[in-house]
Design a protein around this ligand. Structure first.
Ligand code: F6P
Length: 366
C-alpha cells in the first residue's frame, strides 16, 4: 500500500501553541497506516525555494514540543505563493504569482493534502489555493483573536496572561511612585488583548481601536485616581488605537515583501497628548511587544491547539478540504474557507465585555 502524504506549514507571525498543533497532527496521523506527515519550512517558502526544504515529521520529531513556544517549522509574514518578491530590472522590488508553479511542485513531491496553520492572511492564501484545486485545511492561529469564525484562536489566552502579569508588576511600581503607567499591547485592528488584560489586571483605562479616544476623558479619569499628588493610574492601550478623528500610529518596515504596516508607538503618543492636555503627574510608557508572543503556551492554548491539530488531520483523512477548523463551544467544527476569512472579529463597543468593563469603572475614552 502506498503512503499518502500531508504537508504541514506555519505562516504569519508566530504564536504560542503552534508546536502543539503540529504535534496533534503528527500523533493523529500516526494512528493511521496510510498517512505520513511532512513539514514545510518557513510557511510555503520551503516549497517555493530551491533547494526544497521539507522535513519528515514523525512521533520522534514532535517529542517534547508541546510546551515549546515558536514553531519548529519556522514561519514568515512576508511574500507567499501569490506575492513572491522579485527584484525588478531598475532595482526596485515587485511581486509575481507563483501559485500554479507551487501546486505543480506539490504534485511532483507527492503531497496529497496541505494543512496551513496561520492567521487571516494565511487563511486567505489557503482559500485561494483551495479555489485552484489544492486539497487544503486551515488551522486558525493568532494572538490577536481577530478571526470571526472561531470563538478563540490559540495563543490569545497566553498573550492575555503575559499582559496581565505585566500589569500586576506595573501596579506596584506605579503605586510606589504615584505615576501614570501606559502599557501598549498588540492586537492590530482588534482590542481583545487590551480589553481582556485590562479587566484581568484591574486597569483604570482601556483604549482599543474599536472605540476612538477623547483625550479629555482619559485626563478626567486620571485626575479621579489621584488625591492631590497621591495615587496612580494604569492605562492599557492597544497598538491599533486612535484618537477621535485621528489615525493609527505606525510605519512601513522597509522589509521586502512584508505584508503589514508595523504598528507601534501609540502609547508614547498618548503620553505626549496627556502632557499637552495638562496632566502633571509623571507618565511612563511600557511597550510589551513580542514578549506577548514568546514562550510557552498556557494550558488553555495547549488544549485548543492540540484539538485543532487532531481535527485538522481528521479532516484530511475524511477528505474534508477547503475548510478551516474552528472552536464553537463546546465543539471543534469545520468552516468553509470562504466564510472563515470574510470578516474580522472585532470588539463590539456595545457588547458584553465592554459593558462589564464599564461596570468595573474602566474608562474607554469615549
Ligand atoms: O498578528 C500578530 C501580531 O503580533 C500583531 O499583534 C502585531 O501587530 C504583529 O503581529 C507584529 O508583527 P511582526 O512580528 O512582523 O512585528
Amino acid at each position: 500500500m502506498s503512503l499518502k502524504r500531508v504537508m504541514v506549514l506555519t505562516g504569519g507571525g508566530d504564536c504560542p501553541g503552534l508546536n502543539a498543533v503540529i504535534r496533534g497532527i503528527v500523533k493523529r496521523a500516526a494512528q493511521e497506516k496510510d498517512w505520513e506527515v511532512v513539514g514545510c519550512i518557513e510557511s510555503f517558502n520551503g516549497v517555493l525555494r530551491e533547494p526544497t526544504e521539507i522535513v519528515i515529521l514523525n512521533e520522534k520529531s514532535v517529542e517534547n514540543i508541546l510546551a515549546q513556544g515558536g514553531t519548529i517549522l519556522g514561519t514568515t509574514n512576508k511574500g507567499g505563493p501569490f506575492e513572491w518578491p522579485v527584484r525588478n530590472a531598475d532595482g526596485t522590488w515587485g511581486t509575481v504569482d507563483r501559485s500554479d508553479e507551487m501546486i505543480r511542485k506539490l504534485g511532483y513531491l507527492d503531497i496529497d493534502a496541505v494543512i496551513n496553520i496561520g492567521g487571516d492572511g494565511s487563511q486567505r492564501i489557503s482559500q485561494r489555493l483551495s479555489k485552484k484545486g489544492l486539497n487544503i485545511v486551515g488551522v486558525p492561529k493568532t494572538i490577536d483573536n481577530d478571526l470571526s469564525m472561531t470563538d478563540y484562536t490559540f495563543g490569545f489566552q497566553t498573550a492575555v496572561q503575559i499582559c496581565t502579569e505585566a500589569i500586576d508588576k506595573l501596579v506596584t511600581t506605579a503605586a510606589s511612585h504615584n505615576r501614570v503607567f501606559i502599557m501598549e499591547v498588540m492586537g492590530r485592528d482588534a482590542g481583545w488583548i487590551a480589553l481582556h488584560s485590562a479587566i484581568a489586571g484591574g486597569a483604570d483605562v482601556c483604549i482599543i481601536p474599536e472605540i476612538p479616544y477623547n483625550i479629555d476623558k482619559i485626563k478626567e479619569k486620571i485626575e479621579q485616581r489621584y488625591n492631590k499628588r497621591h495615587g496612580y493610574c494604569i492605562i492599557v492601550i492597544a497598538e491599533g488605537a486612535k484618537p477621535v478623528g485621528g489615525s493609527v500610529t505606525g510605519s512601513a518596515t522597509g522589509e521586502v515583501g512584508y505584508q503589514h504596516i508595523k504598528l507601534g508607538g501609540v502609547g508614547e503618543q498618548l503620553a505626549a497628548e496627556l502632557k499637552a492636555a495638562g496632566v502633571e503627574h509623571d507618565i511612563r510608557c511600557t511597550i510589551l511587544g513580542h514578549l506577548q508572543r514568546g514562550g510557552t503556551p498556557i494550558a488553555f492554548d495547549r488544549v485548543l491547539a492540540s484539538e485543532f491539530g487532531v481535527r485538522a488531520m481528521e479532516f484530511v483523512i475524511e477528505g474534508r478540504f477547503g475548510q478551516m477548523v474552528a472552536y464553537h463551544h463546546p465543539d471543534v467544527v469545520g468552516i468553509p474557507l470562504d466564510e472563515a476569512v470574510r470578516e474580522q472579529n472585532l470588539v463590539s463597543p456595545t457588547g458584553r465585555l465592554v459593558h462589564s468593563a464599564k461596570g468595573l469603572g474602566i474608562t474607554f475614552g469615549d
